[in-house]
Write a protein that binds this ligand. Structure first.
Ligand code: GTP
Ligand code: SPV
Ligand code: MN
Length: 648
């Protein structure tokens, strides 16, 4: 069934065209007819600005879709997309909530695939540092221009046959803000079109903006079809074997094939806002980072903004929406995943959240951990790969205590699942909610301020089960840059890694660098010359005791750490010097009134043998992965840390 919203172009076709209904499912039966339809359509693309039109036409030539739909971003259009997705069984309604939907993917398409993500530059060294001979690089994947073209040639010709091509004009950041950037995503996935509408600002206002300034990032996406032509899961077509995600910074171009999931397909997010974004930021002198942005008001009514980089699935959404347990504090959310930061004319570092929604990890989200997320996600939300309850709701690990009595659960694979019985998880560990940011009850009043918000502190952090204290402060900007460079974290389900291995993830950007990490470090170091730099801290909510349990309760209690950080920003002498940086002085961390008794000695202990190994590991990592691209200042910071650790 074709609704009026899916035929915006057809309406404008003269009735005497050779193909009377180019949107009919049968229009493509006859190839000549099809070509005529498309060429007729082409004439009707005249509303588009020349560059957009050229991009759409090229994509039509390459992918040969049956239909084209230019997204206007309207409510009606969204309803039509959702209806179509239901007809195709890609989503089903969740009647327990308001306008909420459950999507189940092909089980082979559940997370980002870092091993198949490439950056294309003429020279390899522009993209990745040269690893030591015999060592495999782990700071991104490079592809040559020749292989880039080949990868496209092998996958895209005819990839949209029988499908609709959606043209999604989107703005990263408020439409028209000088800090915002525009993209056009061409996709054959209605799920992607519907999700992009939540995650970014889409539609006609963006096309109008392009009439003023025609610059945009070209994003081409196809879920593809396996080489043997067999689509395993018709409701979720994809081609996991041949999935590839390509970026060409020199052309502001992103090309993604084979996956419909998350960062692989919602191209505004990691591909544009981080990988292409970081290359634009380098050129223009600003920062595009994998960071949440929060506003925090202390009991005296003083408000500051903090940005924090934690690797995927390591707590950004939770911190950004936190309900502080410490009395008198208020947290407001600007963004939960990406920050674009630049200096204003007064030398103040200001950040915007380029996104418009949250693509958040579902498992672990509950009233006791993240009540603000719970108040955000039960309307106008697309859930993906969570479990389903017989009363038309959702379920995932962490919601056990909130489960109504007598409901039956169906897991993310569609199988019956029983609490306490079934051994496999009900929801996929990387299952997600996709919700409009404006629905968050604590969204910051300035979250769409085109000027951005002033940043007073930058936090780095990760999952470190041993050795790394709850919080420490860097000694200087360059020490802070070193701390970011030396970040490590336990692998999570957000990408294809298996097991709890501790991986290096500098700046939480390892999967998202758009250019050589050594140059990225130089860029960060150079920021100091441009304005007032925020203080840098490292936090770790995930240290474990000898019993294997977390030593720190986390979530709302993390406000106690933010309180100490704010006092440090204000210059309070509430710290103690250690070999690795400044930690709270005895009694300086406000732990009064905590429900759980916390072993602060363990939480802040700095075992010498652990740190001796840690500095050696960082040295090895820098030697193996960054080599000659490591800035001397960062090498010097490591040497100084080593010297301090040896003296511990
Ligand atoms: P991406 O969206 O992948 O970038 O992840 P994220 O960094 O936003 O992580 P998120 O806040 O979604 O948290 C991921 C998981 O970590 C969830 O299961 C959370 O419940 C859990 N988590 C978050 N904060 C804390 C914390 O302070 N302590 C503990 N123990 N777990 C936490
Ligand atoms: C992440 O992996 O850091 C995410 C999810 O935020 S995705 O959109 O899939 O990249
Ligand atoms: Mn993320």
């Amino acid at each position: 069934m074709v609704t009026k919203y899916l035929v915006v172009l057809a309406k404008r076709l003269p009735t005497s065209t050779p193909c009377r209904n180019p949107f009919s499912p049968f229009a493509n039966r006859n190839l000549i007819n099809h070509v005529r339809c498309i060429s007729t359509l082409r004439e009707k693309l005249t509303d588009l600005t020349p560059k957009v039109r050229a991009f759409v036409e090229e994509s039509i030539d390459l992918c040969q879709p049956d239909k084209i739909h230019i997204c206007d971003g309207s409510e009606g259009e969204n309803n039509a997309l959702l209806k179509l997705l239901q007809q195709n069984s890609t989503i089903k309604p969740l009647p327990k909530y308001e306008n909420c939907w459950l999507a189940r993917t092909n089980p082979a398409d559940v997370a980002r695939v870092e091993s198949k993500t490439f950056i294309c530059t003429d020279r390899k060294e522009e993209t990745i540092p040269t690893p030591k001979t015999g060592v495999k690089g782990a700071l991104g994947n490079w592809i040559s221009p020749k292989d880039f073209d080949k990868a496209i040639d092998e996958r895209f010709p005819g990839s949209m046959k029988g499908r609709t091509m959606y043209v999604v004009p989107f703005s990263m950041g408020p439409v028209g803000s000088p800090l915002s950037k525009i993209g056009i995503e061409i996709t054959d996935s209605a799920y992607v079109a519907a999700s992009m509408r939540i995650m970014t600002r889409v539609g006609t206002p963006v096309l109008n903006q392009l009439k003023k300034h025609e610059e945009f990032v070209e994003c081409l996406h196809s879920v593809g079809t396996p080489a043997n032509g067999v689509v395993d899961v018709p409701s979720w077509p994809c081609d996991p074997e041949r999935t590839i995600i390509l970026h060409k910074p020199a052309d502001n171009l992103i090309v993604s094939y084979g996956s419909g999931y998350g960062g692989n397909s919602l191209l505004g997010k990691k591909c544009f806002a981080l990988r292409i974004g970081s290359t634009i930021a380098k050129r223009e002198g600003w920062l595009a980072e994998h960071m949440l942005i929060l506003g925090i008001t202390n009991p005296k009514g003083e408000k500051k903004y903090i940005a924090a980089a934690f690797p995927s699935s390591c707590g950004k959404t939770n911190l950004a929406m936190m309900t502080p347990s410490l009395p008198g504090y208020k947290i407001e959310c600007v963004g939960d995943d990406i920050a674009w930061m630049r200096f204003d004319s007064n030398g103040v570092l200001r950040a915007i959240n380029p996104e418009n929604g949250f693509f958040g990890v579902a498992p672990g989200t509950a009233h006791n951990t993240n009540p603000n997320a719970m108040k955000t996600i039960f309307k106008n939300t697309i859930f993906t790969n969570v479990a389903e309850t017989s009363d038309g709701g959702v379920f995932w690990e962490g919601l056990e205590k909130e489960l109504p009595k007598n409901v039956k659960i169906t897991d993310w694979l569609g199988r019956a699942w029983q609490l306490g019985e079934t051994k496999t998880p009900a929801a996929h560990p990387n299952s997600r909610f996709c919700s409009p940011a404006g629905q968050c009850p604590i969204i910051d009043p300035a979250w769409e301020d085109p000027k951005g918000v002033p940043i007073s502190a930058i936090l780095f952090g990760g999952r470190r089960p041993a050795g790394v204290p709850l919080v420490y402060e860097a000694l200087s900007w360059s020490h802070g840059v070193f701390v970011g460079a030396a970040m490590r974290s336990e692998a999570t389900a957000a990408a294809e890694f298996k097991g709890k291995v501790i991986m290096h993830d500098p700046f939480a950007m390892r999967p998202f660098f758009g250019y050589n990490f050594g140059d990225y470090l130089k860029h960060w170091l150079s920021m100091e010359e441009k304005g007032q730099m925020p203080k840098i801290f490292h936090v770790n909510w995930f240290r474990k005791g000898s019993d294997g349990k977390f030593l720190w309760p986390g979530f709302g209690e993390n406000s106690r750490v933010l309180d100490w950080i704010l006092r440090r920003i204000d210059g309070e002498e509430c710290f103690e010097e250690t070999a690795i940086g400044r930690i709270p002085a005895k009694g300086a961390l406000h732990v009064d009134g905590m429900k759980e008794k916390v072993d602060l000695d363990q939480l802040f202990s700095l075992p010498k043998d652990f740190w001796m190994e840690e500095v050696e590991d960082i040295q090895r990592y820098f030697d193996n992965q960054v080599g000659n691209d490591l800035p001397a200042k960062v090498a010097k910071e490591l040497n100084e840390l080593k010297a301090r650790v040896y003296k511990m």
